[in-house]
Design a protein around this ligand. Sequence first.
Ligand code: CA
Length: 436
Amino acid sequence: MTALNETHSPELTSWVTSANADASDFPIQNLPFASFRRAGTQESYRGGVAIGDQVLDLEAVADAGIFEGLAQEAVALCVLEDLNEFMAMGKEAWSALRLSLSRALRTGSAHQDQLEGALLAQAEAEYKLPCRIVDYTDFYTSVYHASAVGALFRPDNPLLPNYKWVPIGYHGRASSIGVSGQTFPRPCGQTKAPDASEPSLGPCKRLDYEVEMGIFIGKGNEIGEPIAIEQAEDHVFGLCLFNDWSARDIQAWEYQPLGPFLAKNFASTISPWIVTTEALVPFRESYSRDSNDPQPMAYLSSPNNSEQGSFDIALDCFIQTAGSNAENHLSTSNFKYSYWTVAQMVTHHTVNGCNLQAGDLLGSGTQSGPNADEAGSLLELTNGGKQPLTLANGEQRTFVEDEDTIIMRGYCQRDGARRIGFGEVTSRVTAAKLVK
Ligand code: CA
């Protein structure tokens, strides 16, 4: 795992003055990556780094030729609209580019004059997915979410016996993953009410969001070559916010015996910015298990994973309805509650020889915390739709209605470090489109 270095110093400031505001998600200590262009144009998308309320255009940085060695090789690959090739270079290249960007954007940098013209206000930018998402795997790493959902689906047997031994996951679908701002029609599908004799086809009645972290693989592994846990994070480029939309009524009818299918593959939305694992170093947490629980098997255990395997990332979720511009707070949770770490997910995914590739996305699973108001889905917050939430404007919700927008934000904050944020992921559901 990467150590603290000069790029994390809380004393650093930038000549991009908006980056120095206390509330900015994107101070010089963050430097997350996206693929962007000027909004409303046909320009090519290319790599960008967030600094304050601006995007630094990495194509312009590459053209300026101000970096050297590995950093210049890395930025030269960030001119492409998909960052997969840069991500595949590995952590020495990611780190070299981060250090060069940090030095170039610092107060007093000799490169300020050359780079001032390479900035675009984020308010004038639009984004695409930061890379080609090659494959998508969704985990289930919150024991609080697994227990709460299990209790709703299987009251007698909420947490299945494998949960505390295996980082549970399933292979999802990459084609329907979109970037923040995504809109999609309410999914239709087969559902069956418990008292109905037969299923019927129609619009989902129990549409839900899931508050998750997205984990982007950078450097992959060869097929047949498992990744040991001590090397697992060398393969992880960074993290983003992830809303894994879910159709609970479709899920309940279809999920046995092979797991989620059409309840999960109609839309999922990520934030545009990938915050690198290096930027997250000051916000690492120790990882341990309750002494009453089985301890992780040897291949899922290491000194580094115990000392700093978790991430302290606060996750906020809001709903905005068509009837009001107000954002209604739904929950706050934290990625540190995860029962399994990022390194354990990577190692377990490859233990059978499965090859991960640059641009693979791992979903963390819904990140619910130990308290009921820290739940990362409406299924949990409304007790399976039995207890509606009342919003500030008096509207009630059990599940997501047409024209509702779900907004998620994430940030890291602790003493001795500069606060960094993930920006936000928003997405909105529109009316169902019925099959002809
Ligand atoms: Ca999920």
